[in-house]
Ligand binder design. Structure first.
Ligand SMILES: [Zn+2]
Length: 223
């Protein structure tokens, strides 16, 4: 999960959805949780639900961007000042290094090197937005309705990232800069930034490009 720095804004956004363009400019049009592109959809996500914590309905610090699946699963589950620290959040934690993805299933889980407390916090966030829900069984109603394709999309993206990496490693040096620029565009369109980053982070010039190709990535966590 891409860690983000959306900056601070003092103003209130009333109604709250007037913050959408500012948020998209600050962190890019991607779901803050599953990282899919939400150029044509998605909504303001209130970390502390507006139905429960009215005082933060218009507050920038309480906003993220959410896709239809992450938003629907999170719903108005009770997050408030007293338990918000029980979860990791992409705008306040290093969610890139704290979450790992199974290389085959692409299901996320807490990274191995975390304290027990941090593992719990990661697990709670994953559960909060259902990021570990597997691909539904082929032929099942959920599968046919294609109502939650997040893991499938993530898997497809991982396969693409692997094949682009193989291509990159076979290029002559002169061809690499153009390839990197092209890949930046591909990542911007595809979303799922963390999946690309996990694949390319051992190639310094590619890592550098990925850190700078989307707005609002918290790059100081990668130095
Ligand atoms: Zn999402």
């Amino acid at each position: 999960m891409r860690p983000i720095d959306k900056g601070h804004k003092d103003q209130e956004y009333k109604p709250y959805n007037t913050a959408k363009r500012d948020l998209m400019e600050a962190i890019g049009p991607y779901c803050s949780y599953c990282e899919r592109s939400i150029v044509t959809g998605g909504a303001i996500e209130h970390k502390q639900p507006k139905s429960k914590v009215r005082s933060l309905e218009y507050s920038w610090d309480n906003f993220l961007l959410g896709c239809v699946n992450c938003n629907a699963i999170k719903g108005d589950k009770d997050i408030n000042d007293s338990n918000i620290g029980d979860f990791v959040w992409p705008d306040t934690d290093d969610t890139y290094h704290k979450i790992k993805y199974d290389p085959i299933t692409l299901i996320p889980a807490p990274a191995d090197n975390l304290s027990d407390e941090d593992k719990e916090r990661v697990s709670r966030l994953i559960e909060l937005v259902g990021l570990d829900r597997p691909v539904p069984k082929e032929g099942s109603l959920t599968y046919r309705k294609a109502s939650d394709t997040r893991v499938e999309e993530r898997k497809k993206c991982a396969a693409e990232a692997r094949s682009y990496k193989a291509m990159y490693l076979n290029l002559v040096d002169e061809a690499k800069p153009v390839f990197i620029t092209t890949l930046e565009y591909i990542v911007q369109c595809s979303g799922y930034w963390s999946i690309w980053m996990h694949e390319f982070e051992d190639i310094p010039e590619m890592k550098e490009a990925l850190l700078r190709c989307l707005p609002g990535t918290k790059i100081d966590l990668f130095e």
